[in-house]
Write a protein that binds this ligand. Sequence first.
Ligand code: TRP
Length: 442
Amino acid sequence: MNKQAFKPVTRVLTGITTSGTPHLGNYVGSIRPSVRASLADDVQSFYFLADYHALIKIGDPARVQRSTLEIAASWLAAGVDPERVTFYRQSDIPEIPELTWLLTCVTGKGMLNRAHAYKAAVDKNNAAGADPDADVTAGLFMYPVLMAADILMFNAHKVPVGRDQIQHIEMARDIAQSFNHRYKTGDKDHFTLPEAEIEASVATLPGLDGRKMSKSYDNTIPLFAPRVELKRLIAGIVTDSRLPGEPKDIQGSALYQIYQAFASVEETKAMQEAYEKGIAWGDAKQMLFERVDQEIAPMREKYEYLMNDSTQIEAILLNGADKARQVGVPFMQSLRQAVGLRGLGGLQSVVKVKDKSVKSTLASFKQYREKDGLFYFKLVDSSSNILLQSRGFVTPKEAGAAIAKIKNHGIQQDDQAPVYLGTLNVNELNVINTALQQFVEN
Ligand code: TRP
């Protein structure tokens, strides 16, 4: 296959654990960059609500549900377009826990012993003279494997995350390599090795007390706090005691850093000058409030609307799960084959044509001739769904050339007309191009 010529889409995947109410730090560090990234032409984004992960931390069912609603509504209000992005809830994809088990069986326990979150819990117990594993669930221990399944299920290339998650992505790579190595068939790798993507331009947002904005410090500003509440919270941001007229220092000023995360370069420069000229803290807070509210207000309106229409959000998520499973179900089938979880019917032939049996679970091209005398082809997935239907070609050679081109180059929106019937939307293009990866990667 011609790897150079085929510029495949980059698959970007990230999840947010549904364990709380999103705050400005989540917005600046994760929600806003993920929405921006999803707008690029050559990316295929998978964004999801990590509710299985939430169960590791949260024992309150109502809170898990509430947080799922809030985070889904926040992402949508901030501009995630479910037509463009595969937007889903982790627990709607049963293939994810299924994959988790396959991965568990190639994961070294020793590696998991070294995971930061687990180690921190053990260290804390040791320091307190308690049993090292006191109150440590197997869920916490297995956290990195579940996360690896999230990522590897969709063969994500890039995973935008905060720094605290880098180790998890490295573990996902490690697990993918173990699996690829153990179940190697021909030169086919089952899993793409993911890479962490750290939003370098975004420093972590400080909270009300100047420490990192985080639920665990109780210093957050909820993303969609009503205006009055937003104003009240901003008024409570710590400052030093310099009086109006006294020059202020931008170094270490939480207020300035939050302002910078929302303002343009020019606005930020103007704020810096205002600091130098001794702006009163009250006035600086008013400027911050107005700047944040200017960006948030239109989304807040959408958010409140969505929060009152949970049925619509539910429908969006179920639809997203359908889309995700179009990729996940056939992929999981091929993985089951790979590890030996296979049907026993016709065992002899399965053993003899082992590679073919793997291939047959993937998408394939079918060529045929119609009554009109023309030559057609279609791309069908493992469940015989037609992903792509060609127009008629005068000769089988032309049809064959069109197939070869698609295998090598994928398909783009603008080269539809000469080759395909009808028009395809971005989703359909994504599904097809994902299916086409097999011809390049296998
Ligand atoms: N562990 C991530 C967090 O707490 C959330 C998460 C779960 C995630 N699965 C993921 C992030 C897969 C990226 C990819 O921030």
